[in-house]
Design a protein around this ligand. Structure first.
Ligand SMILES: *Cc1c(COP(=O)(O)O)cnc(C)c1O
Length: 456
């Protein structure tokens, strides 16, 4: 399978190239040159087998069937639900798709675990080492550490804003004992961390020397692994569903578009956002404009610029790379983009959007608890709040449940007056030693730190 960039100025790339590079060299995002068609319906099939079937369409030419099988089996071996992504009904034709059964209790494990396994196999074949550097506001860092910790030929540096992630999130990162994991507690904000990562990539000599790479959701391998649960959920319900997706960087919901383009019958994709409602406003008003970011109860969705939206724009513009490229540079300059009518209409065929504030998020946690006795996390609750705004569903409604409530005990307590029970994965963390280096937000200092840790 060959991949092309949304900005049209990168040479065609293989799956391995895409996996190891993350971003395309022209600044665009990779997509398959054409969408593979998957007509299998996966009734009663193991999740892992469905994943292998779907991923094989993308990995062909880069990984053998046996390599893909061993990667996928290893990726899901540590999940605590046999179904990997089970569905549970919450009443009125609404279901939760539980995506939090991996090692760090958030949906990012589902794709990051596969990415880590494929990464180490791709490096073993290509030779050499790679250095992953990631900025995190919480969930991405722990998922990357859980996936890459202990793998050969990879070092992973994760920068979190010191004192601005939850205790659970910090412990999940800093108690990892593997020598290839390096935690940096940055004296600064998440945006500072993100801008340092950008400056490391911008220093081409440094980036090449250490084979710097990115594992955030712009990496197409993550989207590919996330398509799978749209197929398996549809198979379990035996009819097309409306998927409601708590959305930040647009990676998870774009995987739903990808599944649709691969032939899955998807009734509708509903973008659920918190008060950072840029995407809801875009869909409803036709103008993509970023503003100031608000801190909410669902911090993993506190994002103003949704990187993966570029993929949806490219598709909605009938894959016009010249338009996409010009539109993205306009947006980078003015922080605002008016969508042409045909592009907006095309997006509206597939997507709806609803934003909910913190009060509505707490109310959704409370409502689900009252009706079913289930405790949901605030990200899932943003999805439930959107589903309630849609009114009585005609097709089954599947709300993607993206995190375990125990990751966000504060928000849950505020809503229902009691803390969620702690799963075993978290209860031991407090007694483990932490490893982290506190560093100032100086790119040169961070660069020196990385080099010193990589020195043989
Ligand atoms: C990352 C994350 C999201 C948002 O997913 P995107 O792919 O960035 O849209 C939602 N919920 C949780 C718990 C997350 O960690």
């Amino acid at each position: 399978m060959q991949f092309v960039s949304t900005r049209g100025a990168a040479p065609p790339a293989s799956f391995s190239d895409v996996l190891l590079a993350g971003l395309a060299p022209d600044g665009g995002l990779y997509l398959p040159a054409s969408w593979p068609q998957v007509s299998d319906r996966f009734h009663g099939m193991r999740y892992q087998d469905a994943a292998i079937r779907i991923l094989s369409e993308f990995t062909r030419g880069s990984f053998s069937d046996a390599e893909l099988r061993s990667a996928v089996e290893a990726a899901y071996a540590g999940f605590d639900a046999a179904a990997i992504a089970p569905l549970s009904e919450i009443g009125d034709g609404r279901y939760l798709l539980e995506l939090f059964h991996g090692p760090t209790l958030a949906f990012k494990d589902i794709a990051m675990q596969v990415l880590g396994q494929l990464f180490s196999r791709a490096l073993a074949k290509r030779g050499g080492r790679a250095t992953v550097v990631a900025a995190t506001s919480g969930d991405t860092g722990s998922a990357a550490i859980a996936a890459l910790g202990g793998l050969p030929n990879i070092d992973v540096f994760v920068m979190h804003p010191r004192g601005r992630v939850s205790d659970v999130q910090r412990l999940q990162m800093t108690t990892c004992a593997h020598a290839n994991v390096h935690n940096i507690a940055l004296n600064g904000s998440f945006d500072d961390a993100q801008s340092i990562v950008k400056s490391l990539f911008a220093d081409k000599a440094f980036a090449n020397e250490i084979s710097l790479t990115a594992v955030n959701s712009i990496n197409f391998a993550r989207i590919a692994a996330q398509c799978v649960y749209y197929f398996t959920a549809t198979a379990a319900l035996d009819k097309p569903a409306t998927f409601v997706v708590p959305t930040g960087n647009f990676g998870d919901i774009f995987a739903g578009e990808a599944a649709g383009r691969m032939g899955l019958d998807v009734a509708r994709l509903v973008i659920a956002t918190n008060a950072n409602d840029i995407l809801a406003r875009t869909l409803n008003e036709g103008v993509y404009a970023s503003g100031a970011s608000h801190a909410t109860l669902s911090p993993s969705m506190d994002i103003q610029v949704a990187s993966n939206f570029e993929r949806a724009l490219f598709e909605a513009a009938q894959r016009d790379a010249d338009w996409t490229s010009a539109a993205m540079s306009d947006f980078a300059r003015s922080r605002k983009l008016e969508l042409p009518t045909p592009v907006l209409s095309e997006l509206r065929i597939r997507y709806s959007a609803f934003a909910s504030n913190d009060d509505e998020t707490r109310a959704a946690i409370k409502a689900v608890f009252r009706l079913t006795g289930r405790i949901i996390d605030p990200h899932t609750a943003v999805g439930v709040a959107a589903a309630m705004k849609m009114g009585k569903p005609l097709s089954p409604v599947v709300i993607l449940s993206t995190a375990h409530p125990a990751k966000f005990p504060q928000a849950v307590s505020e809503a229902i007056g009691q803390a969620p029970p702690q799963p075993e994965r978290l209860s031991g963390l407090k007694n483990l030693p932490e490893r982290l280096d506190v560093l100032d937000k100086d790119p040169v200092l961070i660069q020196r730190f990385i080099s010193s840790r990589l020195a043989p």
